[in-house]
Design a protein around this ligand. Structure first.
Ligand code: C2E
Ligand code: MG
Ligand code: MG
Ligand code: MG
Length: 289
């Protein structure tokens, strides 16, 4: 980092030093603002949860939803979880946020149920720190107990990095979560580690093809380019042969949906069916389902 800054500064003259310092300073300041802002966000009720349906193309119905954090800060405006979650991970505050989210999701599910909704599983994203230090088993079981939520209606989304960790404690924890009756899903599949052997040993119920692979299918022309289709097709085969459920994420177009349906991936999540929506709009989806 410093080397390239030096190189740039030499190449472009002295002014660049100042420019680089300022950029770095702004970045550090934003980091600090987010870090401090998050601590108050929970207390001040600035966090909310949106839900994005998982849609079955073959049966034409909603088969689940993913809970996604939203933060609207009075000082910073809307901050993307892609930006604030890594910071909450570094500070460890993700554990508190995650605990709040799990309770909130169960509470919302109970409210949906009360209003006559027929629910399907709701997925909760769990980041590495929350998984290893967050007392996930207890948080989940207490929240499900408080709101009388059937564990079959809760799913946990983990990334490959979390699951690949061969430590005994990781494997034990996965089995204990699974033992609650909660399903385990692998998020952003294909972007993490290359070893696939864990899919055989670990209690994995679902994998989600990462959006980056779906994104590459831009038009019907891409369907003839095997470099673009090979990875989604290989993941579809892999899931079928291992008897693991499959979801494609980030599906934005009809071409992508048709490609997936024709090749055996029936469940999609993405803007093409629906963007993430608030709990009231999600209730409408449940009531229509
Ligand atoms: P993710 O779990 O892979 O979630 C999918 C992300 O893709 C979401 O972004 C969703 O809004 C977005 N998305 C869905 N369909 C489409 C599409 O068709 N096109 C495009 N361009 N994007 C689509 P979001 O909500 O900004 O979340 C980003 C990431 O932040 C999530 O990726 C997840 O890793 C993390 N995250 C969100 N909520 C939580 C949470 O409660 N806890 C933890 N630990 N992480 C969370
Ligand atoms: Mg996810
Ligand atoms: Mg994902
Ligand atoms: Mg993703």
């Amino acid at each position: 980092h410093a080397d390239s800054a030096m190189y740039l500064a030499k190449k472009e003259g002295r002014n660049n030093f100042q420019f680089f310092d300022e950029a770095l300073e702004n970045q550090t300041e934003r980091y600090m603002l987010i870090q401090h802002g998050l601590h108050n966000a929970l207390k001040r009720g600035e966090l909310s949860i949106h839900y994005q349906p998982k849609y079955a193309l073959d049966e034409k119905n909603i088969v689940g939803a993913e809970a996604l954090l939203r933060w609207s800060s009075p000082e910073l405006g809307v901050v993307s979880p892609a930006e604030f979650i890594p910071i909450a991970e570094e500070t460890g505050f993700i554990v508190d946020i995650g605990c709040w989210l799990i309770n909130q999701v169960c509470k919302t599910m109970a409210a949906w149920r009360e209003q006559g909704a027929t629910l399907a599983p709701v997925a909760i994203n769990v980041s590495p720190i929350q998984f290893h230090r967050g007392n996930l088993h207890r948080t989940l079981s207490q929240a499900m107990n408080s709101y009388l939520i059937d564990p079959a209606l809760i799913q946990v989304e983990l990334t490959e990095g979390v699951v690949m960790n061969k430590q005994h404690s990781t494997i034990e924890l996965l089995h204990s979560i699974k033992g609650l009756g909660v399903a385990i899903s692998i998020d952003d599949f294909g972007t993490g580690y290359s070893s696939l052997s864990y899919l055989r040993h670990l209690p994995i119920d679902e994998i989600k093809i990462d959006r980056s692979f779906i994104m590459e299918i831009v038009d019907t022309q891409s369907l003839n380019d095997t470099r673009l289709t090979a990875i989604p097709l290989a993941i579809i085969d892999l899931a079928r042969n291992l008897n693991i459920k499959l979801v494609a994420e980030g599906v934005e177009t009809e071409v992508q949906s048709k490609f997936l349906l024709e090749n055996g991936c029936h469940i999609i999540q993405g803007y093409w069916f629906s963007k993430p929506v608030d709990d009231e709009a999600m209730l409408d989806f449940w009531l229509r389902a």
